[in-house]
Design a binder for this molecule. Structure first.
Ligand code: PFF
Length: 453
């Protein structure tokens, strides 16, 4: 295997637990707390939820395992990992494009992810100032509209959020990413349980209405839009197709069991999404609000509930701290592939690599911020900059990289080695092969085509 111009000895996670929390930290984020509930709300609740659960295990889990497995083989940044592993399997070096698109994707996503992370951070301050006390729907709408037109405040919070991300990443894999997640993830778990507990207590019978909304099968509501959205969200939610899990795998020792760790990460990710729904929907229903409010569900609808219930002030603060933490454990993972690449392939050390990439991403974030106000009319393909970046990354780059990874892992790599590495019995390996060789590629191509429609 070629070693290229790799400079330094490679970092490693200090324990399986640390790795698992970091991977779960990447997976659990705005996707679980902001996106999942509003998608479920818009797409008829349980039909979407149950389909999403199925896809997480059938499609997300195998790709997650393959990304880690390839990353662990390569022990480098995603681009050179793909190149080296391809060469060692006797394949073309061009497979590095899977890594290139992945790293570029995570880089671009972070530019707008950090802006939304900034919203979450600012909403902690708004909640603490009592801005939501006694508010009506019109008022929270007004707060949000004013907020989006205030460039200075958006910029300040985007900067704060990006700074926090860069600070953790600069500390390194063990002292930064791993330690950050070891502190934040348990905190997140506790906050989430408190939020669900309170929602159950404060909303009385509406808690069951929310449970029914999320879980009682309603297959009639299942249409192609919901199926495809659930599939796309399974990818986004597990941070797949962005080079991230491959980069995380590159810091992994041989002793870690990929399948059982992936199972735990998928379960944690799903549990956080579902519990977030159980923290949000009871309040939405108890206050007679709209479940299908769309992306504004958390920033416009939920504050109405916080502003009009006993203990809502504290609950609002806790909720937005929870959201900010979750966003932060994901944003650090979005920065990692670029930093790993620069650290390995340029004379820059980790700190300089982090500063340089963060400044460029931060600057791109400013373009996203302006697309909410002064540049709202700057459009390409009928989309403003924020929408364009979101579309390009989640609808195109993510499925393309995901498809590349799965085809590479299922068709280009030696399957016997994979079977040994995953320690699969022959019947489980049969299922694995059918999923990775046929079911998943067809599913991913479908998302890709759908993205263009
Ligand atoms: N998985 C994260 C979430 O659900 O919010 C977001 C995310 C992180 C998406 C990293 C993509 C990614 F590469």
């Amino acid at each position: 295997m070629s070693t290229g111009t790799m400079k330094k000895s490679h970092s490693q996670w200090s324990s399986r637990m640390g790795f698992m929390l970091a991977a779960a930290g990447s997976a659990v984020g705005l996707g679980n707390i902001w996106k999942f509930p509003y998608m479920a709300g818009e797409m008829g609740g349980s039909a979407f939820v149950l389909t999403y659960l199925l896809f997480m295990f059938m499609i997300g889990l195998p790709i997650l395992v393959l990304e880690w497995l390839i990353g662990r083989r390569g022990q480098k940044n995603p681009i050179h990992t793909m190149e080296d592993v391809a060469v060692s399997e006797g394949r073309s070096k061009s497979w590095r494009w899977v890594g290139i698109i992945g790293v570029l994707g995570s880089f671009l996503i972070l530019s707008f992810y950090s802006v939304i992370g900034g919203w979450a951070t600012d909403y902690i301050a708004l909640a603490a100032k009592g801005s939501f006390e006694g508010v009506t729907g019109e008022k929270t709408d007004q707060i949000f509209t004013d907020f989006l037109s205030n460039v200075n405040s958006l910029l300040t919070w985007h900067t704060v959020f990006m700074f926090a991300t860069a600070f953790i990443v600069a500390l390194g894999v063990g002292a930064g990413l791993e330690r950050g997640c070891k502190i934040m993830m348990p905190g997140l778990g506790i906050l989430l349980l408190v939020l669900v507990g309170y929602a159950a207590y404060a909303s009385g019978p509406y808690f069951w209405v929310a449970c029914k909304f999320l879980f009682s099968p309603n297959w009639l509501a299942l249409n192609s839009t919901a199926i495809l959205a659930a599939l796309g969200h399974a990818f986004f939610s597990l941070s797949l197709g962005m080079g991230i899990m491959m980069a995380y795998g590159s810091y992994l020792g041989q002793d870690v069991n990929l399948l059982s760790t992936a199972r735990t990460v998928v379960i944690l990710d799903v549990v956080v999404a579902v519990l977030s729904g159980l923290a949000i929907f009871p309040l939405v229903f108890a206050n007679g609000l709209q479940a299908g409010a769309g992306p504004g569900l958390i920033f416009v609808t939920l504050p109405i509930a916080f502003g009009n219930m006993t203990g809502g002030l504290v609950l609002g603060i806790l909720f937005f701290i929870f959201l900010t933490f979750a966003a932060l454990t994901s944003s650090i993972s979005l920065l990692e592939p670029t930093v790993e690449l620069l650290e390995e392939r340029t004379p820059m050390g980790r700190k300089t690599a982090t500063v340089v990439s963060s400044i460029i991403i931060w600057a791109l974030g400013i373009a996203c911020i302006l697309s909410f106000n002064q540049w709202a009319d700057v459009k390409l393909f009928d989309k403003n900059i924020f929408d364009l970046l979101d579309y390009l990354t989640s609808k195109i780059m993510l499925p393309v990289t995901g498809l590349g990874t799965i085809i590479f892992g299922a068709w280009m790599m030696n399957q016997k080695h994979i079977r040994n590495e995953l320690n699969l019995s022959s019947s489980w390996f049969g299922i694995w092969s059918i999923l990775t060789r046929f079911v998943i590629p067809v599913a991913v191509v479908t998302i890709l085509i759908y993205g263009f429609l």
